[in-house]
Every structure is written in structure tokens, then in C-alpha cells.
Design a protein around this ligand. Structure first.
Ligand code: FMN
Length: 446
């Protein structure tokens, strides 16, 4: 049982301009700065000043098909995070990278380099890539099926973990007198030859400050949850209700325990996208103002990706036609399908009401209220076995984040729920995770 108080882990989940689909149209947004590094460096410094655990960047190797209506382009995460590393000292840097569309040796180099250059702040959001259109950017006619992507991901994790371990911690000698830079006896080829991957190794840079990046994952299917239980040290997830979040949390922790791991060493971090006002009415007005900026063409396309149903041409103010949702329709992400279907079954919305429910954060928890109300809800999930912390998803930037930091974080601190200072320097320190030893390291003396 840990003696240090259990504190929230909070990440800033950055989408260009903000998570609400219409954020780029809001008068306080700065859509002309979304390719400007200094815009994100300013944001990263504010998140570090607020003692956040990490910055998280999503990614996919294809252009989302709704770019006509929303600022949904994708800056490459490693390039982006290297620029943020140069502007910060402590805050973690979590990049999304695909086990389907990156070669293991390249991915291992990218993360080891980011971990060295940031002095131990790298995290890896491990994805298999849900977007089928990515396949044609890599010479494939078809996107690999879900189960096959996870089979590759499991073998992939074994390979890159070997690569990150391939230099023992004390392999780098830099013995100027003796003229030996590195002890090659302590640098090991990995010689992996598996069903799907073949990699000889070793990696071409020394073992990084954290040993390897923090393993983050966001799967929700059975494959996804089993994968998380075996490898992940943090799991991102999307839930609308405390009940569903609690069910996911206890399932994942039980799976980790069944894998013989310590459940405290996997942090469950749902998304939260808060609209904050000095009164509840003001917060609701702000939320409505954003929803009035939405464009049905975008929202209907997103709904088709989530539910596999095309409602263009339907009366948006008619009840959502639940019977049109195919049980096994073509959709990108199974887990989000269930989240949206639960909203439909629970709230019986019109089509327009459902589009507005999803406009804020694509099925993540959107919550509207005063700073005290937002803090109450965060505390309820945190102490109630539904979350170890959150991916904070500001509906718009930078104002949506500034309001959360200036008005909600102080309340969380006053309640003893969030750190006042960093107690460590690496992302593993912030998450309370151990630094793994190398599987090639000197065998423990018996
Ligand atoms: C917070 C969060 C962030 C995610 N970010 C990405 C991402 O950047 N790229 C991606 O391809 N998938 C992303 N996903 C999707 C997951 O990787 C995963 O495919 C999805 O949750 C469905 O799980 P499943 O594959 O186990 O069905 C994200 C999911 C969540 C909850």
C-alpha cells in the first residue's frame, strides 16, 4: 500500500484549435496559428506551470475526410513534441504512433531519441490505427482486419521492448583514457524472427533515461483490453457516465491483476471536455454558442464513421432512427460505437441533439458547469473507482484550457487531489511508475 497520497494524473490532450468540431470558428480561437510552433510552446509552458503530467497528441497517417469543415489536419507528433521538449523541462510528452504503419526499428529510434532529448519524458500512445483510408497511403489495398492488427501489435511490443533494452544501462563507458566509448559486450542484438516481424538489432542509440517510453494504450474491445492488461501503463478511454467508467476501470484493473501485474501500475485516464462558466447558465450559453457554429455536413459524416449509418437528408429535428443502426455496420472504432449507442438508448435524442452531444469531443465526456461543479464531478470519478485521472480536452484553445487551469485546478489542489509541485523529473516519476530494467541487463546476483 503506497504511503504517498493518491493524486490525480492530468494530461492536456491537444487537438489543433480545440476538441469541439467548431472550435476554429469561435471568435476567441486563433485558426491562423495552428501551424505555429510558438502557439503550442506557449500552451505547453502553461500546462507545465499548472504541473500537468503530460501533453498528449493523437495521430493518424491519413487526412480525415472532414477537413473541409474542421481544423482536423495532423502535424507529425515527434516533430511537434521535439519542439515542445525544447520549451519545457518537466511535463511529459506522449506521442501516438501506429504499430500497423511504422516499422519497429524506426519507431524504437524515434521514441528513444525523444526520451533522451527530453531527459526522460516520452510516452507512447500505442495504436493499431482505426482509419481504413490509411492503408492506401502505404501501398495496401485493404486495411488489415482488427484482430490481425492486434496480433501484429503484440509481436511488435515484444520486438521494440527488446530494442529499447538492447543496450544495458552501463554499456556507455566514455572512457577517454582507455579509449573505449562503449562496452560492446553489453550491447545485444535482439535477433527477432517471428510470425510477422524480423528485426536483428541492436538499437543504434544507448538505453534512454526511462529505459523505454511509458506505454499508453486506448483499446476498448476485448482485444484492446487484453492488450492493455499485458503491456499498458496508462489507458485512455471514453465514457459518458460514472457507471460505464467504473465498469471499464474495474475490468481493466482485474485484467492487469490476472496478468500478474500490480493494478496501481496502470493508470486509467478517461477524457473530459469541460465548458466552464461563472454560473451554470453562463456555461450552458457557452456550450450552446459552440453548437450553433457546428455544420451538419461535418457532424453527419462523423456520425457515419461512428455508427455506420448515413443520415444525410433526414429531418435533423426528428427522433434519432435507432432501427437504422446496423448491428455490424462498417465503422472505424467499435468502442466509440457502444458509447454513442448508449447515449441514444439512454437519452432518446433527436438527430440534431445527438450531433450536438458528439460535437464537443467525439463521444468523450463533455461536462458543462461552474468550476466547483466540474471539480465535484472529477472528484466523484476519482474517488469513486472510475478514474485515476483525466485527459483534459479543452473544447477550444487556448481559452478553454486557461479557464480550467485558473479556476478548476486550484479547487482540486485545495481538496488535496492534485499536485502542487512536481516531485520528479520524468514522465514515469509523474505517473508513479518504476523504471524497467533491461531484459539483457546483468542477471541479478543470487
Ligand atoms: C483518448 C483516445 C485517444 C485515441 N487516439 C487515437 C489516435 O491518435 N490514433 C488512432 O489511430 N486511434 C486512437 N484512438 C483509438 C484507439 O487506439 C482504439 O483503436 C479505439 O479506442 C478502439 O479500441 P479497439 O481498437 O480496442 O476497438 C484513441 C482512443 C482514445 C480513447
Amino acid at each position: 500500500m503506497s504511503l504517498t497520497p493518491r493524486l490525480l494524473n492530468l494530461n492536456l490532450f491537444i487537438y489543433p484549435g480545440g476538441h469541439h468540431e467548431a472550435a476554429w470558428r469561435y471568435h476567441e480561437s486563433a485558426p491562423d496559428r495552428l501551424l505555429d510552433l510558438t502557439y503550442y510552446q506557449e500552451l505547453a509552458r502553461r500546462a507545465e506551470a499548472a504541473k500537468f503530467d503530460a501533453i498528449f497528441l493523437a495521430d493518424g497517417p491519413s487526412l480525415p475526410d472532414n477537413i473541409r469543415y474542421a481544423s482536423r489536419f495532423r502535424l507529425e507528433p515527434f516533430t511537434w513534441l521535439s519542439g515542445l521538449a525544447a520549451a519545457t523541462e518537466r511535463i511529459g510528452l506522449i506521442a501516438t504512433a501506429s504499430t500497423t504503419y511504422l516499422e519497429p526499428y524506426n519507431l524504437a529510434r524515434l521514441f528513444a531519441s525523444l526520451d533522451h532529448l527530453s531527459r526522460g519524458r516520452a510516452g507512447w500512445n500505442i495504436v493499431t490505427t482505426g482509419a481504413p483510408q490509411a492503408a492506401r497511403n502505404f501501398g495496401l489495398d485493404e486495411h488489415p482486419p482488427h484482430a490481425e492488427r492486434y496480433a501484429r501489435a503484440r509481436e511488435y511490443l515484444d520486438v521494440v521492448t527488446k530494442l529499447w533494452d538492447s543496450w544495458e544501462d552501463d554499456a556507455l563507458l566514455i572512457d577517454q583514457g582507455g579509449g573505449v566509448f562503449a562496452d560492446t559486450e553489453r550491447i545485444h542484438p535482439v535477433d527477432h524472427s517471428g510470425r510477422l516481424l524480423r528485426v536483428q538489432g541492436p538499437l543504434n542509440i544507448p538505453r534512454s533515461p526511462q529505459g523505454r517510453p511509458v506505454y499508453v494504450q486506448a483499446g476498448s474491445s476485448q482485444d484492446g483490453r487484453s492488450f492493455a492488461a499485458r503491456y499498458a501503463e496508462a489507458v485512455f478511454t471514453a465514457h459518458q457516465t460514472t457507471g460505464n467508467a467504473r465498469e471499464f476501470y474495474s475490468d481493466i484493473k482485474a485484467r492487469v491483476k490476472a496478468e500478474g501485474r500490480d493494478p496501481d501500475q496502470l493508470k486509467v485516464l478517461p477524457g473530459i471536455s469541460p465548458f466552464i462558466g461563472s454560473t451554470e447558465a453562463e456555461a450552458r450559453r457557452l456550450h450552446d454558442e459552440f453548437n450553433e457554429l457546428t455544420q451538419p455536413e461535418y457532424s453527419l459524416r462523423q456520425l457515419r464513421q461512428m455508427l455506420g449509418v448515413d443520415l444525410s437528408g433526414h429531418d435533423l429535428d426528428a427522433p434519432f432512427p435507432r432501427d437504422l443502426v446496423p448491428a455490424d455496420g462498417e465503422r472505424e472504432v467499435n468502442s466509440r460505437f457502444q458509447v454513442v449507442l448508449d447515449i441514444v438508448d439512454r437519452e432518446r435524442p433527436t438527430i440534431r441533439e445527438l450531433l450536438h452531444r458528439l460535437a464537443g469531443a467525439r463521444g468523450h465526456w463533455v461536462t458543462v458547469g461552474t468550476p466547483e461543479q466540474i471539480a465535484d464531478r472529477i472528484e466523484e470519478w476519482f474517488v469513486g473507482g472510475a478514474a485515476d485521472g483525466f485527459n483534459v480536452m479543452p473544447p477550444y484553445l487556448t481559452g478553454g484550457f486557461d479557464t480550467f487551469v485558473e479556476h478548476v485546478v486550484p479547487i482540486l489542489r485545495a481538496r488535496g487531489l492534485f499536485r502542487t509541485e512536481y516531485t520528479g523529473t520524468t514522465l514515469r516519476d509523474h505517473f508513479g511508475l518504476p523504471r524497467p530494467t533491461s531484459q539483457y541487463g546483468p542477471k541479478a546476483l543470487v
